[in-house]
Ligand binder design. Sequence first.
Ligand SMILES: [Fe+2]
Length: 201
Amino acid sequence: MMAQRRCLEGLSMEKDTMPLTNHCSMAGIRPAMLDLPYPPMQVRCRNQEYAELLACDYCGSVSELSAITQYINNENRLCLENCSIARTLLGIAMAEMMHLQKLGELIQLLGGEVSFSAGQPGGKRQMWTPACLDLPQGTEKMLCANIEAEKAAIAQYKAHMQRIGDPCVNGVLRRIIRDEEYHIMLLQIMLQDMQVMQQNM
Ligand SMILES: [Fe+2]
């Protein structure tokens, strides 16, 4: 009864106040990707081992799924106080979603299974979990965590390319790396801009 009264009081108060609005528009944002074509989505032949490696890139600890969720989390937490950074992070998240989609296509062509679990070094399969994410407080720390995640993704793609003998697959991974390098550049520019602003305050 008390709780109901508090709620009704709250509603009557809200009639006289403005709604809480997010004025940061996400209209017109495009995926933050280099304006270069992707190779055709094809593989030389079915290969379970390669599909398993791509499953790690798809939804392992360091993966496109981790990148998407980490960027969206950061964008949501920043959009009220820093719309410009939030918009750029959403564009990067959209690019990571395109990467996820392309990896999924390759996994299917290789005869693997698209799921949200990936094989671990010991052979055990593990479901993706938000424990994979690094979600610090503060814009600078978020940008730094994202730069580290991009670097880890590039290192993992390069390690997997060493083990994959299919030039069709490696061509797609090489093209994804170009986007990840572009993301690092965008993140570093935002970080430097923040540091310059702080020095001038
Ligand atoms: Fe990226």
